[in-house]
Design a protein around this ligand. Sequence first.
Ligand code: SAM
Length: 282
Amino acid sequence: MELWFSERHTQNVKFSIRVERQLYSGQSEFQRIDVFDSREFGRFLTLDGYLMLTEKDEFIYHEMMTHVPMAVHPDPRKILVIGGGDGGVIRELTRYEKIERIDMVEIDPLVVEVSKKYLPQTACRLEDPRVHIYYEDGLRFIRSVHEEYDLIIVDCSDPGGPGEGLFTKEFYGSCYKALKDDGIMVNQHESPFYEEDAMTMQRVHKRIVGSFPISRVYQVHVPTFPAGHWLFGFASKKYHPVRDLDAVKWNMFGLSTRYYTTQLHAGAFALPYYVEEMLKHV
Ligand code: SAM
């Protein structure tokens, strides 16, 4: 008998992956956690039935979330990751020698435990001595932080579950306060294509625009996400994501990537016309 994982993307659209076998299923205090293995996408993690990452396409999401701000900020040393318990963003960040400290605030210890056991491709650098993990709600954590970080990466699940508070005006305002005076925040910004996702995306964008002087959106193509088209937010106190991109310096690091290039970085901020229109009318 064939086993399929299906995720509803809209009332009328489902996305399915044929599953070879289920590797893990458990319930934490916050959510249901499942790990499956598949021929096409390798292992994949779902939370409350929603796909978070697959081994085959996670590099797209994690490289673009990490290297875009790292190529703009001239001297990022202290970084905060909110969510990100699968370790993908941490893996990319730890490739930079100049980073001194990475704080990761993940609400659910079981996501980290399960990722270490079943997703070694992403959860492979969580033991780096520069990484400090706090098991706490991201909103609660950030409320008491002042001008500490060069960069904040918000790698959380979609609104609706425990990530709800990480899409609020209060949260973005607190991120602004928690950043140094030239700090950058990058966040997952939902998808523009289907109506329901697009409405969430516009709401999120409006809140960020109200909290930061510079706020732009860039796009990535993640085959297993709704419509395969995903947006990230780049919000900053000082730096422009394209004008302040230092391509020469970033390329001197000599990091090998599979999706990110400094040419793609600049191009990712050129959005389809319908998305520009949506963002204009928030
Ligand atoms: N790439 C994914 C996606 O599909 O958008 C997101 C990665 S997933 C690992 C997001 C993580 O955020 C989960 O491990 C979840 O437990 C964590 N998370 C959700 N709400 C949170 C909160 N309020 N504070 C901290 N972490 C949270």
